[in-house]
Ligand binder design. Structure first.
Ligand SMILES: Cc1cc2nc3c(=O)[nH]c(=O)nc-3n(C[C@H](O)[C@H](O)[C@H](O)COP(=O)(O)OP(=O)(O)OC[C@H]3O[C@@H](n4cnc5c(N)ncnc54)[C@H](O)[C@@H]3O)c2cc1C
Length: 308
């Protein structure tokens, strides 16, 4: 699966992401990160970075993308034949098992992507800080680079490539595809324990409607984002809207499920406990309010709707 996933670089990945998401959100988070890294390497890499990626997949190791940071994050300083990385990345999934993550760093205020070897003694990994309510198995931690030298052969693409439209914002459809898998599983567990009671059924119907809306939105987002002829700005706006709408739908489903299932949905080993905690944690994604705002501004001057 690791080596073969270059065949999953378009919307054909959707059912796979959702099925894995239904089975385990943690596995899907790692798989989605791997897919994202392979996509970036495929799009921006040259012969040398492709060889680095091949080495990892041939060894059975996944890749990931580590972009999140607090404060100054990681700074890349130009040196002869490459860069020197210093600083800390946060929320790095797969830390400790991924050897060559796509890692972003700022060079003169511009983001660049690197494929550093994080098995180096000049890199330290802290997994102890990950005491999250959910997604505990995702091996998410902080990674600090202590003046690690990275050769030019491990630089991926150039200035502006990481955030390039529509692949950065538009590519977020894969995150909601994974989350959709979790919603599928929660709805199934919810249905299995629905009481014969009109109030419970009303909550269940609200959840089912939100689920169907989320499903349609994810498919449309995937289709638009992966159609080569799409207008990149429209793709960004559509996926931004889909992210926000999906979050609202997921919160509706979580609320209805917890209220119908009651206290047991908070107590292990009830499978709902873990599914709901994982999804609640994983729903926290970057810039959700900014994404909604961007979609609203885009729609405001186009009559409030997307072209069919
Ligand atoms: C399980 C898990 C695994 C992850 N793995 C990775 C990984 O491998 N690699 C990686 O790079 N990241 C990873 N992340 C982190 C992820 O990419 C985001 O950085 C993180 O989820 C951001 O969540 P947040 O709620 O803090 O979002 P934020 O965007 O920080 O938002 C928090 C709140 O602050 C508000 N806010 C933010 N900025 C502003 C602003 N400028 N002005 C006003 N309000 C603002 C938002 O609207 C929101 O209300 C992971 C996250 C999770 C949950």
């Amino acid at each position: 699966m690791i080596a073969a996933c270059t065949g999953l670089l378009d919307e054909s990945a959707l059912p796979v992401l959702s099925i894995i998401g239904a089975a385990s959100l943690t596995v899907r988070r790692l798989f989605e990160g791997h897919l994202n890294a392979v996509k970036l390497a495929h799009r921006y890499g040259g012969i040398e970075t492709a060889a680095l990626v091949r080495t990892e997949t041939a060894a059975g190791r996944i890749l990931g993308v580590w972009n999140a940071e607090h404060g100054d994050g990681v700074v890349a300083t130009r040196i002869g034949g490459g860069y020197r990385l210093a600083g800390t990345k946060v929320y790095c999934s797969g830390a400790g098992m991924i050897r060559r993550p796509v890692t972003t760093a700022s060079s003169n205020g511009e983001k660049l992507m690197f494929l550093p070897d994080v098995a180096s003694p000049r890199v330290s990994i802290d997994l102890a800080i990950w005491r999250a309510a959910g997604m505990r198995g995702s091996a998410t931690g902080s990674v600090t680079f202590h003046e690690l030298e990275v050769p030019d052969a491990a630089v991926l693409g150039g200035v502006g490539d990481y955030y390039r439209s529509p692949w950065f914002s538009g590519g977020a459809w894969r995150v909601i595809a994974v989350q959709l898998g979790a919603l599928d599983r929660i709805m199934k567990l919810h249905a299995e324990r629905l009481r014969d009671d009109p109030v419970a059924r009303a909550r269940f119907a609200a959840a089912a409607g939100a689920h169907e809306g989320a499903r349609l939105h994810v498919w449309e987002a995937a289709s638009r984002a992966e159609t080569p002829a799409s207008d990149p700005e429209e793709v960004d706006a559509y996926v931004d809207l889909a992210r926000g709408t999906f979050e609202t739908a997921a919160l509706t489903i979580i609320e209805a499920t917890r209220r119908n299932a009651g206290l047991s949905s908070f107590i292990a080993p009830d499978p709902l406990d873990r599914c709901l905690r994982d999804l609640e944690t994983y729903l926290r994604q970057p810039f959700l309010d900014a994404s909604r705002d961007h979609a609203a501004r885009w729609l405001e001057v186009r009559g409030g709707r997307f072209m069919a």
